[in-house]
Design a protein. Structure first.
Length: 223
């Protein structure tokens, strides 16, 4: 742990990813750790951080509930500044963390501070409430974005999401039978959690390489 960040992957990686956690699980949760390790294995340096309400749970007896996503925007922007990545930076996160990142992405992209956005299990709507969409800002998103979603994610399934109005800058990667943590049922799908983590990391690597090569930063090689 350095300066509040939990880092995984080589210090000399050409591309850094900044990831925030979901609403109910910390930055060192099983799903966040698995994602960070898979991404590091394909060449990324991954920095994870916690919003203040989650960090407070480590030191206090009470479980402070998460604030509204938009109230976490200043904390995400502060994390980007504190990280001060030397090379190309991709922001994102798990569930709510990815949602908050999507709210700040365009500002940072226009300023040349990031090359893209990655959301792991985007919370398109609360479970069992498909009418309460969280997609309005995604309709006009300008930042190159990759959303990695399980096909049976209760926050947005493969049957639901194609009907949403989303920016052409958003690419979607569907992982068969994955839930909100991208975890499949092996007996049903034939895939393991490790399989999906590897597929996720490889797809993000390929996507990031393409985006970086088209940016003003020039080609970026992920090895």
């Amino acid at each position: 742990m350095q300066n509040g960040f939990l880092t995984t992957g080589p210090d000399n990686a050409e591309v850094t990813m900044l990831l925030a956690h979901g609403a109910g699980a910390a930055m060192d949760s099983t799903s966040m750790t698995a994602a960070a390790e898979a991404l590091a294995a394909v060449g990324f340096r991954v920095a994870r951080f916690e919003f203040a309400y989650m960090a407070a749970r480590r030191t206090s007896d009470g479980r402070k509930p998460p604030p509204r996503a938009d109230r976490l925007i200043p904390e995400y922007l502060a994390a980007v500044e504190q990280l001060a990545a030397c090379g190309p930076l991709i922001i994102g996160g798990k569930s709510m963390g990815g949602r908050v990142a999507s709210m700040v992405a365009d500002e940072l992209f226009r300023e040349g501070k990031i090359i893209g956005l990655v959301c792991l299990g985007y919370p398109f709507h609360p479970p069992d409430k498909p009418g309460q969409l969280r997609t309005k800002h995604l309709e006009t998103l300008e930042t190159p974005t990759l959303i990695v979603q399980g096909t049976r994610d209760a926050f947005g399934t493969r049957e639901e999401v194609p009907g949403y109005s989303l920016s052409s800058k958003i690419d979607l990667l569907w992982l068969e039978d994955g839930d909100h943590d991208l975890r499949p049922r092996k007996k049903i799908s034939g895939f393991s959690f490790a399989d999906h983590q590897a597929s996720m990391a490889q797809a993000i690597r390929d996507w990031a390489s393409a985006k970086a090569s088209r940016s003003s930063l020039g080609p970026v090689a992920l090895t």
